[in-house]
Design a protein around this ligand. Structure first.
Ligand SMILES: Cc1cc2nc3c(=O)[nH]c(=O)nc-3n(C[C@H](O)[C@H](O)[C@H](O)COP(=O)(O)OP(=O)(O)OC[C@H]3O[C@@H](n4cnc5c(N)ncnc54)[C@H](O)[C@@H]3O)c2cc1C
Length: 404
């Protein structure tokens, strides 16, 4: 069989794995990376710990389950852990299947990938910003910003989406794909903080609570997440909110009014809290809430409940005030204005239309010899290791298919 010359545009998570797998299948592989080093974004993942897979990953953790199923079948979380184990990474599986390197350093993941790239002889060209791509009779010609040209039998576009553009993924990959006739669906930030319309943000900024949040639309709960909720000076964040942000952004794009309902008291019932308040009848109302909710939230909560005098005794509250206070502890609503942008997003929702890509090889249906991996495709998953898993799975499948 003829040795394939493969160019991989983008040395991120998916491009690196595609390169390793194609090289292991005897292809001659070159990565073209615009940064001075490959894998910059990997270093930022998982708060520097790199949540590199989720042990429980299934196709249903993605927006297009049927499209991802082949890639997840051939290179799922178990294969990913084995792959990294063979490169020297001991996995550490935490709650809900989130998996990190035992070192808890994202740099370990990048170090072992770079070592393998060098060991097996993948060519890496850095400071190589690809600006154009053309189909030729025999394959492809790719041109860099500095005018240099590269020819190849096959090309894998692994440029990522638009999330965290400072890491290199500035969205130009979509333009490259369009040069060959491909189309991107509408892209928007996902796994991203939300901006709220609330007079209390200044006071609440920095408060982190273990709570429950619900995405509300027309008084109906659309999504519920339990875990850390973090208030910021512009709105709300934390893993719970990141999970909700995709659906929130979809509705915001349709100009729908959406609310975040925060359940401050997650582990007690309303009756429990009512009992506590009656036992605190002779205490000031602000003091009666200490030990129940985060202290920094109390003044804002009382204000929202319409209680002006924060040191009024619980027994002196009117039934209306007491009722409102109880209600807010279990249902405090905040109007969502918009989300933060791609700069703050962990992932891009939308991308190259899956109808233009063969799901069993990740080869383009429009251009023979062209492949896609990772986030540039209209695939995204929840927070928890699923997006890197897609990067590795798609990198494996495209690298293997392109080398044949
Ligand atoms: C802060 C943050 C934390 C995250 N944490 C996690 C986590 O813990 N777990 C998880 O599963 N996912 C996480 N993600 C998501 C995950 O990192 C991405 O989904 C994944 O890296 C996508 O891989 P990719 O190969 O498609 O693209 P990228 O990793 O974005 O790589 C694309 C590469 O292509 C290069 N490039 C782009 N255009 C060109 C061009 N024209 N010419 C040459 N090179 C080009 C870029 O410089 C970049 O190196 C996180 C993301 C962010 C931003």
């Amino acid at each position: 069989m003829k040795q394939q010359n493969i160019l991989i545009i983008g040395g991120g998570a998916s491009g690196i794995v595609a390169a390793i797998i194609a090289r292991r299948h005897k292809a001659n592989v070159t990565i073209l990376e615009r940064n001075s080093k490959i894998g910059k974004k990997i270093l930022a993942t998982g708060n520097g710990r790199c949540n590199f897979t989720n042990a429980n990953t299934t196709k249903n953790d993605y927006n297009h389950p049927e499209f991802v199923s082949k890639a997840i079948d051939v290179f799922g979380p178990k294969m990913t852990m084995d792959f990294f184990e063979s490169l020297g990474i001991a996995p550490k599986i935490e709650d809900l299947g989130k998996t990190y390197p035992l070192s808890e350093q994202a740099s370990s993941i990048l170090d072992v990938l770079v070592y393998e790239i060098n060991r097996i002889g993948v060519n890496v060209v850095t400071d190589a910003y690809v600006k154009s791509i053309k189909k030729t009779n025999n394959g492809f010609t790719v041109q860099l910003e500095n005018g240099e040209r590269y020819d190849a039998d096959k090309v894998i576009i692994s440029t990522g989406g638009k999330a965290m553009p400072s890491s290199g993924s500035d969205g130009f990959g979509y333009k490259l794909a369009e040069q060959l006739g491909h189309h991107a669906t509408k892209v928007f930030p996902a796994l991203v903080k939300l901006k709220l319309d609330s007079p209390y943000l200044k006071q609440l900024d920095g408060v982190k609570i273990p709570g429950r949040v619900q995405l509300m639309h027309r008084n109906q709960m659309l999504q519920e997440e339990e875990g850390d909720v973090l208030f910021t000076k512009t709105g709300i964040s934390g893993p719970t909110i990141l999970q909700i942000s995709r659906k929130a952004n979809t509705l915001l794009a349709e100009k729908q009014e959406i609310w975040i309902k925060v359940i401050l008291v997650n582990l007690l019932t309303r009756a429990d809290v009512e009992k506590r308040l009656s036992l605190s009848a002779s205490r000031p109302v602000d003091f009666s809430l200490v030990g129940l909710i985060h202290k920094k939230i109390i003044p804002s909560l009382l204000k929202e409940a319409g209680i002006k005098d924060h040191s009024i005794l619980v027994s002196q509250l009117s039934p209306k005030e007491k009722n409102k206070l109880l209600q807010l502890l279990f249902d405090w609503r905040f109007l969502v204005m918009e989300s933060h942008g791609f700069e703050d997003a962990q992932v891009t929702a939308g991308g190259i239309d899956i109808n233009e890509i063969k799901s069993d090889t990740l080869e383009s249906k429009l251009v023979k010899g062209l492949y896609f991996t990772g986030e540039i495709i209209d695939i995204d998953g929840l927070c928890g290791g699923y997006n890197l898993q897609w990067a590795w799975s798609s990198g494996y499948l495209a690298g293997k298919s392109a080398s044949n």
